[in-house]
Design a protein around this ligand. Structure first.
Ligand SMILES: NC(=O)c1ccc[n+]([C@@H]2O[C@H](COP(=O)([O-])OP(=O)(O)OC[C@H]3O[C@@H](n4cnc5c(N)ncnc54)[C@H](OP(=O)(O)O)[C@@H]3O)[C@@H](O)[C@H]2O)c1
Length: 322
């Protein structure tokens, strides 16, 4: 399957490597306003066409699918344009920022039933399905917590979209990982959402939220762009707990039972952490599916809605350290 890439920044440069591990994915075109004419990747891959206009890439008859790797606020426009042309879309997370944008995507999907997937890589790695199955080993589940905190200030330029008031901040940048982890493991509605958001200069630097689910399970999600913390998820139940290091790209986890028994499981990743989602995309599109069974548009909508409820209900503090 020949992919066209829209936006050739940090993650797109990883994507063009990840796809090389798939069975039949390849890159045929890249659309970028800023890639240098003597860009090393393009020099090494002379068969890949470079467009300076994103629309031109969508008109390229060789392009069978697009990967959208633009700042969050630009996702909606290019998803819709691609779907209207009947081109399957893999779009980086967060697919959209607002519930209104999500409705537009769903309306487009209803008019143009084209495959469209948010790149929520966590759910495509082999450990994820096994983890879902292993939850029952804990008996009744009490709590699922997941955090994704990193100090963006070390690596990002002050002009980055991450610090743009319209689209930046922690909840937009990293919120979808812990939220998807908790809600997708439980597959049920959150009856209440509370929390706190810490801002600096109007940008959300840190959030911590509690989601109470119908079954009584508590979800705790945390994220930051201004501080580091060991990235982990912990699931606590009646019979013990499961600890998942680097939960957004599950490669291993440990089940610790209350009687002291410990079971370690590992799931070597084929290729790298993005390969399995690209492979699933290719397999689904080749089978003529219009939705992913693993991460549907409804699942994406659930994440967007939880973000909205966190903002609606959180205590807001203008006190973050950066
Ligand atoms: N799945 C993951 O592991 C992962 C990791 C990192 C990021 N992401 C997501 O991927 C998306 C892109 O992130 P990134 O880190 O790759 O971003 P990036 O390198 O900062 O930017 C990606 C591209 O967006 C365009 N762009 C960036 N800033 C712009 C600006 N101020 N004005 C106009 N165009 C701008 C440029 O396109 P041109 O090439 O056309 O110039 C750039 O190459 C985000 O939604 C992010 O959340 C996902």
């Amino acid at each position: 399957m020949r992919f066209g890439v829209i936006g050739f920044g940090n993650i797109a440069r990883k994507f063009v490597q990840s796809i090389t591990y798939t069975s039949s994915g390849s890159i045929c075109a890249i659309a970028s306003h800023s890639a240098a004419a003597d860009d090393l990747y393009l020099k090494e891959h002379p068969q890949v066409r470079l467009y300076r206009d994103y629309e031109e890439l969508l008109c390229d008859p060789q392009v069978e699918a697009v990967y959208i790797a633009l700042p969050h606020l630009d996702h909606r426009e290019w998803i819709i344009k691609a779907m209207e042309r009947g081109i399957p879309v893999l779009c980086e997370k967060p697919m959209v920022l607002e519930t209104g944008e999500m409705e537009e995507i769903l309306e487009t999907a209803a008019r143009h039933p084209v495959y469209c997937l948010e790149a929520m890589k966590t759910k495509f790695n082999a450990g994820w399905q096994q983890l879902k199955g292993d939850l029952k080993k804990l008996g009744q589940i009490f709590q699922i917590e997941a955090n994704f905190c990193y100090d963006s200030y070390r690596n990002y330029e002050p002009s980055s979209y991450i610090y743009d008031k319209r689209q930046g901040g922690a909840l937009n940048d990293v919120g979808s990982y812990p939220i998807a982890f908790v809600v997708s493991l439980l597959d049920e509605n959150a009856v209440s959402v509370t929390g706190e958001i810490h801002k600096k200069d109007g940008i959300e630097q840190y959030f911590l939220a509690e989601l109470m689910f119908e079954s009584g399970v508590k979800g705790v999600v945390e994220g930051a762009i201004d501080r580091d913390k060991e990235r982990t998820a912990i699931i606590t139940g009646e019979l013990g707990r499961i600890e998942v290091p680097m939960f957004n790209r599950i490669q291993q986890y440990r089940i610790i039972f209350n009687d002291g028994t410990v079971t370690d499981l590992s799931f070597p990743i084929a290729g790298d952490d993005m390969t399995m989602e690209i492979q699933a995309f290719i397999d689904d599109v080749e089978k003529g599916r219009t939705q992913s069974k693993i991460h549907s548009l409804k699942d994406t909508g659930t994440i967007v809605e939880i973000c909205r409820r966190i903002r609606e209900n959180a205590e807001i503090y203008e006190d973050s350290c950066h």
